[in-house]
Every structure is written in structure tokens, then in C-alpha cells.
Design a protein around this ligand. Structure first.
Ligand code: R2B
Ligand code: URA
Length: 304
């Protein structure tokens, strides 16, 4: 089959004509190479790419997937970080699931996504689903809640990613898969009993402090009233949470023709404060919630 056609069977479409002219493609930040490794043999069965901020959380998720999908490693074998030699991201493969860390913020996520999309292409993966499993600040909802992103917006409520390319601003719509989001919400409502699952707009900012209207950064040139007026305004426009990657995640997945979903857990209610002060134990428990929901979805899709 011609490489350009290979989207017809569900494979990830080659969007960049230069890639197929290259003898080999170094996926530098995930420490893989299309020339030195048989990426098709290694990854062609991948159906779900799950990503989250930290290496530790994604390692835990990898073990959780192995347990839930009943994937047993041969005696003496252990799950290993495929991208360890990059010292940038951590990646694990557990049967049809990849668990990979993306760091904090749009620039870090964007580098990882470029390389994961190219990995899907080189490996000829069919219809992979990408999911971000993250943390966020809730707007008017209790801490520990799950939020499925219906639409990602930037700090000015614009639902596209604006990127300077060759000195010009390019806008890419931040569109997530509606069907997957609805399915996730239904699973959350039915099967996650320890917290509520919300569905709403996610504001994605380029900064955790001033960018999210906090009063506890190193600078604050606005008043408490300014902050509360902003949060109340976006809340009234349907924003349920704030984090730092969803806009680029949605825009890049959509541009690549990949179905994407964002599931976050709220670490606090921003209408009540700015500091993240829950205990480590509670926070660990909350951070497992997006993972639990993702696993339930994956098992359902795999008819398990
Ligand atoms: C959520 O948490 C991080 C900031 O603490 C950031 O990566 C995000 O989106
Ligand atoms: N992550 C964010 O980006 N904001 C929060 O308030 C909490 C986690």
C-alpha cells in the first residue's frame, strides 16, 4: 500500500510529506528511531495512548493497566521505561495501551504529541485513541471531582490554539471527540461512585499563577475582587476547570485526525482558594480517579 493512502484502513495519516523522504526518523525526545528499531513490530497493536503530567503517575498507570487487562509479564521480565534514555519523558507499553508522561504546559505536551503521532504513523497503528489523564483546578465544583472536557478554551475563552509558525499566527481548532466524551461521562456517572463526574469547558492557560488568576504567585497586580469577577464570569460561561495542556492536546489531535479525550481530577475549588493543600494521601487517591475512568473505558472498548 502507498504510504499516503494508508489512512484508509484506519492508520494514522502522514501529514508531513518530508517524513517519507527521510531515511530514518529520530524521535529524539522519546528515544526511539524508525531506522534503528522496527517500530511496526514494537507498536502496531497500540489502540490507546494515555498521557499525564508526571513520570511517576504514568508508571503507576502502566501497572494498573497490566493488572486490569490481566497482562502477565514472563517470569523475570519487568515493565520498563521505553524512553528512559531521553531523560525527558517516560513511556510504558502494556499490550494495546501506551502510558506516557507529557510534562507541564503546552510546549512540553506539543513536543511529545508530535513524536507520538509520528510513532503511530511509523508503527501503522489503526485508529488509536489519545487520552490525557490529568489534574486541574475546579471552578465551582468540589475538590476530587472528575471533569470530562467538552471543549478546551484559552485564557481568553477562544476555542483554538494560536501558534506562531514562520513568523505568522496560525489558528487550529481545539476539537475533542464528542462520542468518546459522552461515553466517558456515562461511565463516570454509572460506575465511579466516590465522586461526581462533570462535563464542561476547560480553560487552558500558559501559567499556573497569574494565568489562572491566583493570588498566591510571586506577583499579583490585581485585587481579590478582580480575581473573583473573572472566575465567576468564566464559570457562568460553562468553564468547569482550569489546567495547562487541553487546548494544544485537542488542537493537535484534531489536526492529526486522531480522536482525543481529556479527563481531569480537580485538586481544589478555585472559588474557595488558590493553594493546593490536600494531604499527599488524599491527592494520590484523587489522581487515581481519571485513571480508573480511563481503564473502564478501555475495557469496554476491548469488550472485556
Ligand atoms: C495541571 O497541573 C499542572 C500544574 O500544576 C499542569 O500540568 C496542569 O495542566
Ligand atoms: N493544575 C492546574 O493547572 N491548576 C490547578 O489549579 C491545579 C492543577
Amino acid at each position: 500500500m502507498n504510504e499516503e493512502d494508508h489512512s484508509e484502513d484506519g492508520s494514522v495519516r502522514l501529514q508531513n510529506p518530508h517524513i517519507k523522504e527521510m531515511e530514518q526518523d529520530f524521535l529524539y525526545h522519546i528515544s526511539l528511531c524508525s531506522g534503528a528499531q522496527d517500530l511496526q513490530e514494537m507498536f502496531s497493536d497500540v489502540k490507546f495512548v494515555c498521557m499525564g503530567g508526571t513520570p511517576r503517575r504514568m508508571e503507576k498507570f502502566a501497572h494498573f493497566v497490566a493488572k486490569e487487562l490481566d497482562i502477565k509479564l514472563p517470569t523475570g521480565a519487568a515493565l520498563c521505561d521505553i524512553s528512559a534514555r531521553s531523560y525527558r519523558y517516560s513511556m510504558y507499553k502494556i499490550g494495546p495501551v501506551i502510558s506516557v508522561s507529557h510534562g507541564m504546559g503546552i510546549p512540553s505536551l506539543s513536543i511529545l504529541l508530535h513524536e507520538m503521532i509520528k510513532l503511530m504513523y511509523h508503527a501503522r497503528c489503526k485508529d488509536p485513541i489519545f487520552m490525557r489523564l490529568g489534574t486541574c483546578g475546579g471552578i465551582g465544583i468540589p475538590a476530587g471531582s472528575l471533569v470530562i472536557t467538552e471543549e478546551a478554551v484559552d485564557g481568553r475563552m477562544r476555542n483554538y490554539l494560536e501558534l506562531a509558525i514562520l513568523g505568522k499566527l496560525v489558528q487550529r481548532p481545539a476539537i475533542l471527540d464528542k462520542k468518546i466524551a459522552t461515553e466517558l461521562k456515562q461511565i463516570g456517572d454509572r460506575e465511579i461512585t466516590e465522586c461526581q463526574t462533570f462535563f464542561g469547558k476547560t480553560m487552558c492557560t500558559d501559567d499556573f499563577y497569574e494565568g489562572q488568576g491566583r493570588l498566591d504567585g510571586a506577583f499579583c497586580d490585581y485585587t481579590v475582587d478582580d480575581k473573583m469577577a473573572f472566575l465567576s464570569d468564566i464559570h457562568s460561561k460553562g468553564v468547569t476547570n482550569m489546567e495547562m495542556e487541553s487546548l494544544a492536546f485537542a488542537a493537535i489531535c484534531h489536526h492529526a485526525g486522531i480522536k482525543g479525550a481529556v479527563i481531569c481530577v480537580t485538586l481544589l475549588n478555585r472559588l474557595l482558594g488558590d493553594q493546593i493543600s490536600a494531604s499527599k494521601e488524599i491527592m494520590e487517591e484523587w489522581q487515581e480517579r481519571p485513571q480508573k475512568l480511563a481503564i473502564k473505558f478501555i475495557k469496554k472498548r476491548l469488550n472485556m
